[in-house]
Design a binder for this molecule. Structure first.
Ligand code: GAR
Length: 197
């Protein structure tokens, strides 16, 4: 069984979409994969409640308890290791996980670490993507699912979806339009990757 470990920091709506897709599309039977754990760097992340209700193992690893990024990432890797099965790769899914990961961590999961970013990468990596897209006068925005590499919000693109930016859009309105697409493409991209790893 391929274990999927999802890292979140907040609401976890993408995590929920992935969990629901795994149930609806019978990933366990068809892809030999299951969401084994949800890990948050914030104890009050709302997504943890949903994961617990689904009977998924949850863990909190508070980054503030660590002196360095390296120490936090090492502890995170140790936690993830608990969900590794002999001979089966674990897939690590970043779903609104708002921490920059060290190259050591990223390299450890090369090809098995994916992220979703709410812009059409390579445009607008980093924060405040929706505001920046509106300010730049873009006519379209969107979302990207990509393999994670050491460079923030870079790496091979697995999927993208495009939405229009409409007159009068606020960042919040645009974010909601993009999020609807995130929930569609992230589970699909993960299912595709599970067939390859
Ligand atoms: C999503 O829009 C995701 O693309 C974004 O955070 C939100 C999390 O929502 N991720 C990033 O900005 C990462 N750079 P969720 O917790 O409801 O899934």
């Amino acid at each position: 069984m391929k274990n999927i470990v999802i890292l979140i920091s907040g609401g976890g709506s993408n995590m929920q979409a992935i969990v629901k897709a795994a149930q609806r599309d019978a990933w366990q039977e068809k892809l030999g994969a299951r969401v084994a754990a949800v890990i948050s760097n914030k104890a009050d992340a709302k997504g943890l409640i949903f994961a617990r209700e689904q009977g998924i193992a949850t863990q909190v690893l508070d980054h503030k308890a660590f002196a360095s990024r390296e120490a936090f990432d090492a502890a995170m890797a140790e936690l993830i290791e608990r969900f590794e099965q002999p001979g089966e790769p674990v897939l690590v899914v970043l779903a609104g996980f708002m921490r920059i990961l060290t190259p050591a961590f990223v390299n450890c999961y090369a090809g098995r670490l994916v992220n979703i970013h709410p812009s059409l990468l390579p445009a607008f990596p980093g924060l405040h993507t929706h505001q920046r897209a509106i300010d730049a006068g873009c006519k379209f925005a969107g979302v990207t699912v990509h393999q994670v590499t050491a460079e923030l919000d870079h790496g091979p693109i697995l999927a993208q979806a495009v939405v229009p930016i409409l007159k009068g859009d606020t960042p919040e309105v645009l974010a909601a339009r993009v999020l609807t697409q995130e929930h569609l493409i992230y589970p699909r991209a993960i299912a595709g990757l599970l067939q390859k790893i």
